[in-house]
Design a protein around this ligand. Structure first.
Ligand SMILES: Cc1cc2nc3c(=O)[nH]c(=O)nc-3n(C[C@H](O)[C@H](O)[C@H](O)COP(=O)(O)O)c2cc1C
Length: 143
């Protein structure tokens, strides 16, 4: 499939802003981004994409959002081998532990992690954060 999925959960819009910018970065290099909230796609349908950008903020105590995103990602995890994956998300007061744990899961599942690590932005992305998101999308599209 030539399209790249950008799938995210966002409670207050910060990770949603990041998702839109990741999709913009994909489009800027001429690929098609399919942008979806996690509630709009099943893990089985997500597994049909060869490249996915996944976004989720730090929630709970340094974990993925547990109501929708964690169940989705748990289901997807077994299908990640060989796929190209970019991770992104917003955080508030922590040090990014949720993202380090998430990265480890993606690598353990056998996926190629775009850039070698996830992109984290504190609270709402500023101009610099928006640029980093666009660069992440472009890098994923170029893998
Ligand atoms: C219930 C709850 C739990 C949170 N837990 C953490 C946390 O463990 N570490 C952290 O850095 N930020 C935490 N935050 C802050 C959010 O990650 C931060 O506000 C982020 O920008 C939210 O992104 P969103 O607008 O995409 O929902 C938490 C926020 C909420 C509401």
């Amino acid at each position: 499939m030539n399209q790249i999925a950008v799938i995210y959960w966002s409670g207050t819009g910060n990770t949603e802003s990041m998702a839109h910018s990741v999709a913009d970065g994909i489009a800027k290099v001429g690929k098609e981004a399919v942008l979806k909230q996690v509630s709009e796609i099943s893990a089985a349908d997500a597994a049909a994409y060869e490249a996915l950008a996944l976004g989720c903020p730090a929630m709970g105590d340094e974990v993925l959002e547990e109501g929708e995103f964690e169940p989705f990602f748990s289901d997807l995890e077994a299908s990640l081998s060989g796929k190209k994956i970019a991770l992104f998300g917003s955080y508030g007061w922590g040090d990014g532990q949720w993202m380090r744990d998430w990265q480890d899961r993606v690598i353990a599942a056998g996926a190629a992690l775009c850039g070698g690590e996830g992109l984290i932005v504190q609270n709402a992305p500023d101009g610099d954060g928006i640029s980093q998101c666009e660069e992440l999308g472009a890098a994923l599209a170029g893998m």
